[in-house]
Design a protein around this ligand. Structure first.
Ligand code: 5GP
Length: 190
């Protein structure tokens, strides 16, 4: 998605070779117009697959997932939680996810009320790095007996190998911008 790549080049900052900071439009302040157009692009990339639900992980996956769910015909959007609130009294699905930025492992959880057999689920996240977050969401779909139609990532850092790992599980992976290197503060796209 050229508009997204242009924005990354304009506003993205490399934190070493591993992390891209895009707080000005994706991770802290949100450009809602750009996000809406991302949603339309995800809807185009994943059309015709019978998707009836979108699943993401709090917090930074939510804007793009919301935009995708809206563009796909106002589908329900479910976000996995990183902590279990006391109001979550029904059963839950849970999967361990290692945080890319913090290095800690935590269980992400989704109530059993909101995903189940018969659902065809699209996973959406802001970044795809090692594939841990998406792998956790995929595991939640598996526990629910739902079909996982694929993963849409806003930004994929290809050299961190997540997409390859997920494709090995048979998952369709589509990213709106694919980065091949962040060396020497220079952002390179595929
Ligand atoms: P993964 O689980 O694929 O290793 O990493 C994806 C998750 O880590 C995303 O949900 C995202 O929040 C975070 N993440 C990974 N790489 C980056 C990055 O370069 N910048 C930012 N801001 N977050 C990242």
């Amino acid at each position: 998605m050229q508009e997204l790549k242009d924005r990354i080049l304009k506003d993205g900052r490399c934190l070493g070779t591993d992390i891209l900071k895009v707080d000005s439009f994706l991770n802290h302040q949100i450009d809602v117009g750009l996000t809406a157009r991302m949603g339309q692009e995800f809807a185009r990339l994943f059309s015709g697959l019978g998707i009836n639900k979108v699943l993401t992980i709090e917090t930074s996956g939510i804007p793009a997932a919301y935009a995708a769910a809206h563009a796909m015909g106002d589908l329900p959007l479910v976000f996995a939680k990183k902590t279990s609130p006391s109001t979550m009294v029904d059963g839950v699905y849970s999967a361990p996810v290692k945080s890319f930025t913090k290095g800690t492992v935590s269980n992400v959880i989704v109530s059993r009320r909101y995903i189940g057999p018969g659902d065809v689920v699209l996973l959406i996240d802001d970044f795809l790095a090692h594939g841990e977050a998406a792998g956790g969401l995929y595991e939640i779909c598996r526990q629910a007996g739902a079909q996982c139609a694929g993963l849409g990532a806003v930004i994929e850092k290809k050299y961190q190998g997540g997409a390859e790992k997920l494709r090995e599980k048979g998952l369709k992976v589509q990213s709106l911008a694919v980065i091949t290197s962040l060396k020497d503060g220079k952002i390179e796209f595929e």
